[in-house]
Design a binder for this molecule. Structure first.
Ligand SMILES: Nc1ncnc2c1ncn2[C@@H]1O[C@H](COP(=O)(O)OP(=O)(O)OP(=O)(O)O)[C@@H](O)[C@H]1O
Ligand SMILES: [Mg+2]
Ligand SMILES: [Mg+2]
Length: 521
């Protein structure tokens, strides 16, 4: 077979995977040409899938929960996974739960999990090369260039399908990558259920710059025959979702915050999190129906639930407002730790607040969360910020500044702008390689320098500085507050940044322990 290696290693797999990143120059060219997501994307993805030996309908067997949205996708998927895991403990089913999310924090394997654990290096390597070699030999058979491969995210999506099929996962929870309609996950034909989380503005270059265009894309995951749920949205967005549902003959159900979910102990205890969790409960109930899972005890206040008097078992009706959650669902929700989202971590006198937010909406949320916590204390405050992609980094940075000033009267004493490079001396961890950033801008730190100037214009009293790597930033911080017993540090703007800080604070092995991103039950 083409390109077959003797005993390929995990590093070999990651190197090949990284070679599929579009690269900065391709992305630039595409941007300049004003290229939107390619309308033939789905057809191309079906072609790749067939080269690996599947038809899209084969994935019906995965009982997929498919989730789109601007914010809260990953969290909602993690909640569904958490509840299914705790049902698995009580009822022995589903037997294997797949979870496909993005981005990753420290290891790319975090994106593909089975029963909450990232797939092992061994399995990842084995299945990666099965996919890779199938793609090459099919290309050669068709007289095409075997070097042409699907791009990074598509390759990972292909790999996830292959792994979940080969490992005989019986439920798979899928987070959409970008948008919905044209996303590589959207070749799914009969998902078990689809869900839309909160919509806002992001990825304007490919999805459009208004909420109705964005809603149109997200609604692309609705499938005839699959129940669909969405949290409430802005009026324009709701209208588009309803129209798209009608066009596909899908009955769309709106999800309000479920009173019983409101009582759950969730982190952060913010409104958006209760919305994510309520949506997740509704999605999970659809899966429980498929597996004929019913609860033994009928929780109080669930009057018109689906109760079976012969077996004395019970499943809440999805449309019901119930006041108390079955324990499996409650513990499943409460056990979820979705790392780098409103995460607090204490290291000596340093109290870290970490959130990978990188849109205006989510930075407002994250800044409010930090403000609420940190404004109560007289302590030095540090901000560490990076956003290396083409999002409007200056605008994102200003969102942090004004949210904290206006809502919490919080100012930062030190502001550090660093790159997304983890270690000093240009050392990258393979899983962190990002070919999509402008290499020239990284070398000259031009983005960091201009952000630094703009911050000083907003707050001349701040000690604002530029740091070439994340490790350098951590070292600078270690030198701050030697005598002081408490320093509040807000790290935000990018998952690469937060993942980098965490791996420096927790060591290389971070992200591969059982506590990573998800701990359930
Ligand atoms: N429903 C929501 N509305 C607004 N902000 C949210 C919502 N849910 C989560 N967030 C914020 O967005 C951050 C990212 O959450 P999450 O990873 O669940 O989103 P995502 O949709 O997967 O994002 P990404 O586009 O990065 O994959 C969280 O830390 C939180 O601050
Ligand atoms: Mg996104
Ligand atoms: Mg995500």
């Amino acid at each position: 077979m083409a390109g077959t290696m003797k005993d390929p290693t995990y590093a070999d797999a990651i190197e090949r995977l990284n070679s599929t990143q579009s690269g900065f120059s391709v992305l630039e060219a595409r941007r300049k040409a004003g290229k939107k997501l390619d309308a033939s994307a789905k057809q191309q993805m079906r072609e790749w899938v067939s080269r690996v030996g599947y038809q899209a309908t084969d994935f019906d067997a995965l009982n997929v929960v498919h989730v789109a949205g601007t914010k809260g996708k990953g969290t909602t998927c993690a909640f569904v996974n958490g509840m299914l895991s705790s049902c698995q403990k009580s009822f022995g089913k589903p037997k294997k739960i797949g979870l496909y999310t993005s981005p990753h924090l420290v290891s790319v394997r975090e994106r593909i999990r089975i029963n909450s654990q990232p797939v092992s290096e061994e399995l990842f390597t084995k299945y990666f090369f099965e996919v890779w070699e199938a793609l090459e030999s099919e290309a050669i058979r068709k007289g095409e260039d075997p070097a042409v491969k699907p791009v990074y995210f598509r390759t990972l999506t292909l790999l996830s399908f292959h792994i979940f099929m080969r490992e005989q996962v019986d439920v798979a929870v899928y987070e959409v990558g970008v948008g919905g309609e044209l996303d590589s996950t959207n070749i799914l034909v009969h998902p078990a259920v689809t869900g839309i989380t909160t919509l806002g503005i992001d990825h304007v270059e490919s999805l459009g710059d208004t909420i109705d265009k964005i809603a149109w894309h997200k609604a692309g995951i609705f499938k005839n025959g699959s129940p669909a749920f969405s949290v409430h949205q802005l009026v324009e967005a709701e209208q588009v979702l309803l129209e798209r549902a009608k066009e596909k003959d899908v009955q769309l159900q709106w999800v309000d915050v479920i009173p019983a979910v409101r009582k759950a102990n969730l982190t952060p205890a913010e409104d958006f999190q209760f919305k994510n969790a309520s949506l997740a409960v509704r999605l999970t109930l659809e899966i429980l129906k498929r597996f004929n899972i019913r609860f033994d005890e009928k929780p109080e206040g669930s009057s018109d639930s689906e109760y079976c008097s012969t077996t004395q078992t019970w499943l809440p009706d999805a449309s019901e407002i119930f006041l108390q959650l079955p324990n499996e669902l409650l513990y499943g929700l409460e056990g979820v730790v979705w790392r780098a989202r409103c995460e607090e971590k204490i290291v000596g006198s340093h109290h870290y607040y970490l959130d990978g937010a990188h849109t205006v909406d989510s930075l407002e949320v994250a800044s409010d969360w930090f403000g609420k916590k940190a404004s109560t204390r007289q302590a030095p405050k540090i901000l560490v910020f990076n956003q290396q992609s083409h999002r409007d980094a200056a605008n994102l940075m200003k969102t942090i500044f004004s949210t904290l000033r206006d809502n919490w009267k919080v100012k930062f004493d030190h502001v550090i702008f660093c790159t997304n490079m983890t270690y000093t001396g240009n050392k990258w961890k393979l899983d962190f390689v990002n070919n999509n950033a402008d290499p020239e801008a990284l070398n000259t730190l031009s983005l960091q320098r201009s952000l630094c100037d703009e911050w000083l214009a907003l707050d001349p009293a701040a000690n604002a500085l530029v740091s070439p790597t994340i490790e350098d930033a951590v070292n600078v911080m270690r030198g701050i507050g030697g005598e002081i017993d408490h320093v509040d540090i807000f790290v935000t703007g990018s998952f690469h940044l937060v993942g980098g800080i965490l791996s420096i604070l927790e060591g290389q092995e971070y992200g591969l322990q059982s506590t990573t991103s998800l701990a359930s039950g």
